[in-house]
Design a protein around this ligand. Structure first.
Ligand code: GLU
Length: 286
């Protein structure tokens, strides 16, 4: 597939309030990657999950990034061809893209309740099967769907993955990775309240904002399978991925903002200079 010419990368944090050494390192890698190649470094605030909004419009994130010297070319408070850069303001775009998938019959409504999904999951675990959505709602007839819609049963849209398909991605850290879609669930694109999931909004924006590369934490590697299937559904070339190793705390878990001493705020208060932190983060491995 054709390679994108301009280097465009993005840092896409949820506005949970605080940057810490883990996610700021992702921002730094994106920034350096862009600057080295005369590319664009985009900031996008991913606020589709209402439980993760503690920093409205990402004001604290922006302040922290600027303290670090990581100014962005496009993002909130700046002009840019792909504005707005705050996901809660982009619902119309996600809906348009969802409509395209509905027209192509690549998605289906799932009416399962959370209790039903939990019960399925428990049963699969008890049977020592990998927990995955069993596609029950993919089998519904048109009449059954109409009946549920008439009864105003809440539903979500799920992506219809082809279990016979394998998807190959190119990752700068891991090399060629093959995902066998039969191991993945038909993941949700929307929530019952009509809002869009991280998986979908993040993909739509990367596609529309023309990202050439996606540099993000390794914890997103398994999401990449479903998102790669979305790129294929839209017949758009995949970006090149670089899943970065995760910085862990002393117990070996992913660094979180609750780990005292790693939040930028703590470090700033303790007197660390941004230049020293940037230097440290840039040399701890790629
Ligand atoms: N909002 C996601 C996060 O904070 C971004 C993941 C990505 O960079 O694709 O983890």
């Amino acid at each position: 597939m054709a390679k994108k010419e301009t280097i465009r990368v993005r840092f896409a944090p949820s506005p949970t309030g605080m940057l810490h050494l883990g996610n700021v390192r992702t921002a730094l890698m994106n920034y350096l990657f862009a600057k080295k190649q005369n590319g664009d470094f985009v900031l996008r605030i991913e606020d589709t999950d209402p439980n993760r909004i503690f920093d409205k419009d990402g004001a604290q994130i922006i302040k922290d990034l600027l303290w670090f010297g990581l100014d962005y070319n496009e993002g909130p408070n700046k002009d840019g061809a792909y504005a707005p850069y705050i996901q809660s303001q982009r619902a119309k775009i996600y809906q348009e893209k969802l409509n395209e998938l509905i027209e192509k019959n690549l998605v289906y409504r799932c009416f399962c309740t959370q209790e039903e999904l939990d019960a399925k999951r428990k049963r699969q675990i008890a049977l020592k099967l990998p927990p995955r959505y069993d596609r029950q709602c993919a089998q519904l007839s048109a009449a059954e769907i109409k009946e549920k819609l008439d009864a105003k049963k809440p539903f979500i849209w799920r992506m219809k993955l082809d279990p016979n398909k394998k998807i190959i991605i190119n990752d700068l850290a891991h090399g060629t990775i093959t995902f066998n879609l039969k191991h993945f669930s038909d993941f949700p694109l929307t929530r019952q309240n009509g809002t869009f999931t991280f998986m979908f909004a993040n993909f739509v924006d990367d596609m529309i904002m023309n990202m050439s590369h996606v540099l993000r934490g390794e914890d997103h590697l398994s999401n990449t399978a479903g998102q790669a299937a979305l790129y294929q559904a839209f017949n758009v070339p995949l970006p090149v991925f670089w899943h970065l190793p995760i910085i862990c705390n002393t117990t070996g878990k992913k660094l979180s903002k609750r780990d005292f001493g790693f939040a930028l705020d703590d470090l700033r208060t303790a007197g660390y200079l941004p230049e020293a932190l940037v230097n440290y983060l840039a040399i701890i491995g790629g």
